[in-house]
Design a protein around this ligand. Structure first.
Ligand SMILES: [Zn+2]
Ligand SMILES: [Zn+2]
Length: 167
């Protein structure tokens, strides 16, 4: 999807709203098991004192694969988007700026990039996910495995304390 910005490109205060559904096959990631609905972006391109900015939010509802225990979990998420746009680059510090092709903005491109960057973070089913036992592969969220004692340093300290007390 592309949008035409000719009505606002030279009009401070002007804005163009948009709604755009992302194509799931273009934003595939090994961390995503499936989308319940395709991610949908809503927002606007605004001309603020001559500077164009795309702002909005991408709403997603997905089954993700936990980075630590490899179980699937559901993630409903809103990804905030704020991208400066320009018709041409002016020199320094242009790395964040998305270039227009004439008066056209390749909206899908920008939104897909924002989505993919957001997906690059490590994702866990929960903050304290215990992960898999490195020896037997059991999912430790479901309880301890029968391998020898954990070598978690925090546990080791605790065990030392307990040992001292039992002397
Ligand atoms: Zn997990
Ligand atoms: Zn184990």
């Amino acid at each position: 999807m592309r949008i035409n910005l000719k009505d606002i490109i030279d009009v401070p205060g002007g804005f163009v709203p948009f709604v755009c559904e992302l194509e799931t096959e273009r934003i595939a990631s090994p961390a995503i098991a499936r989308h319940h609905t395709p991610p949908r972006a809503e927002g606007q391109v605004t001309n603020t004192a001559g500077v164009l900015t795309l702002t909005g939010v991408i709403r997603c509802d997905m089954d993700m694969i936990c980075d630590r225990c490899l179980e699937e979990y559901r993630l409903e998420k809103e990804i905030p988007v704020s991208v400066p746009l320009a018709a041409e680059l002016s020199g320094e510090d242009d790395s964040e700026i998305y270039l227009l092709s004439g008066e056209w903005l390749e909206l899908s491109d920008v939104l897909e990039t924002c989505f993919i960057l957001d997906m690059e973070q490590k994702r866990l089913c929960r903050a304290d996910c215990a992960g898999l036992c490195p020896d037997c592969g059991k999912n430790l969220n479901q309880g301890p495995c029968s391998c020898k004692k954990s070598c978690d340093p925090r546990m080791a300290v605790l065990e030392q304390l307990l040992d001292k007390e039992s002397i």
